[in-house]
Design a protein around this ligand. Sequence first.
Ligand code: SAH
Ligand code: SF4
Length: 429
Amino acid sequence: MNIHESEKIAGILEYMGYLACENEEDADIIVFNTCCIRDNAEKRALGNIGAVKHLKKLKPELITAVAGCMTQQDGAGLNLRNKYPYVDIVLGTNNLFELENCIQKLKNSKKKSVLIDPNERPEVLENEKVYRTSGCNAWLNIMYGCNNFCTYCIVPYVRGRERSRKMANIIDEFKSLVDQGYKEITLLGQNVNSYGHDLDDGSNFAKLLEEVAKIDGKHRIRFMTSHPKDLNLDVIDIISQSPNICNNIHLPIQSGSNKILKLMNRHYTREYYLDTIDAIKAKIPDCGITTDLMVGFPYEEEEDFEDTLDIVRKVKYSSAFTFIYSVRKGTKAAQMPQIAPEVSKNRITRLIAEQNKITKELSRGYEGKVFEVLCEDVAPKKEGFVCGRTDSGRMVTFQGDKSLIGEFVNVKINKSQSASLFGELTEEK
Ligand code: SAH
Ligand code: SF4
C-alpha cells in the first residue's frame, strides 16, 4: 500500500517535470512517505526526516515534504512544523493530491503548507497520476481506509473509514495495466473482502474478482489483505476456478489464542480460522498461505503464545510476518496493561524459529518439481542470475539474463535453503 502511495507521489512529481535521481544530494525535492503502524516505523521516518537538515543547509532551495499516515496522528502536523522547521510541506493521507499546488505556492511566494484534513473525506479520487516502480508488477487500489478497529491498530484513525472504488473504474484501470504490459496486478485494500460494502450497487469482492479474472491476457492476479472474518467460500471458489488468480492467500491471524483474538477485536476464533484454512486447502490444494503474527499483546500469557505456535504448526504457512506488539497512542490496547519487553522478545525469537522450521520443510517439498515462474528482476548480488515467483508466491533464483524479466518461464527447483529456492530453466512442464 505504501509503495503504491509513493508511486502516486512520484506520479505527481513526474507530471510536474521532475525526474527521479539516485542520490538525495542531487535532489531538488524530497518527499517522505511515512508509516506509523509500529513505533519503529515512525522512529525511522523521523530519523530520515532529521537527516535532511544538513542537505537543506548545503542547498537552501531544496524542497522537503512529509506525507503518509504519520502526519495524520493527533497533533503530528504541528509537531513536525515545530521540531523540523526545515520541512516545507506536510500533507495528510487525504491531501496528497494537493502536493502540486503546495510546491507551486512555495516556489511562487515561499509559503509553507500544512494540509491535514480530518479523515471524513467521502469521495475516492480517480485518474491519479502514477509513476510505477515495481517492474512488471503493478499495484491497484480497490478501496481505502478500514472500519475494523482492531484494538492495537492505528490504521482506522489515520486512514479513515472504508471507501471502495467503483467496480467499472477498477476494471478500466486493470485493463489499461494489462494493455501496458504489466504481468502481475495486485489488488490492494486493508480488508479486500469487505470491498463494496459501502457502495449501494451490489458490488462485492467475489464479483470484482470474477470480473477481473475474465479479462484476457497472460497475467497474474494477486490481492491483499484478506481479513479472516470476511473471507468467504465464494472468493475461495473463484480463486480455485480462475487460472490467472494466483493460488496464494495472505490471511493474517495475529494470534492463535481466542482470549487474545477477542481482546484484539478480530471477530473470529481460532476454530473459525482453521475451518477457513481447511476450506482453502480442500479447494486449492497447492495454495501458498501466508500470515501476520503478533506477540506480546496485553494479557498474553505463555499458554496464549503456545496457542499461536500451535496454529503455526497446524496451518504450515509458507511464510509469516512476525511482529512484537507496539503501543499506538489513541488505540484501545494502549490503555491495557503492557507485557514486559523481554517476554515479547523471547516469544518472537521462538515464533520465528518455529516458522523457519516449517518454511524449510515446505521448501524441501519444492525440490525436483517444475513451476511456472514470472521472472521479475535480476537476482540481488548474484551476477548472471534472475529471480521471480511461483504462482503460490515463493521466490525462486535461477540462471538467466535481464531479457527474461517480464516473461513466464518454467523452472525446475534443484535446491532449497530455508526460505530460498534455486532452480534452472527447463522445457519440462
Ligand atoms: N489490514 C491488514 C493489515 C494491516 S497492518 C489486516 O488486517 O490484516 C499489517 C500488520 O501489521 C497487521 O496484520 C499486524 O500484524 C501488524 N500491526 C498492526 N498494528 C500493530 C501494532 N500496533 N503493533 C504490532 N504490529 C501491528
Ligand atoms: Fe488495522 Fe485491523 Fe483494519 Fe487491518 S483490519 S488495518 S489490522 S484495524
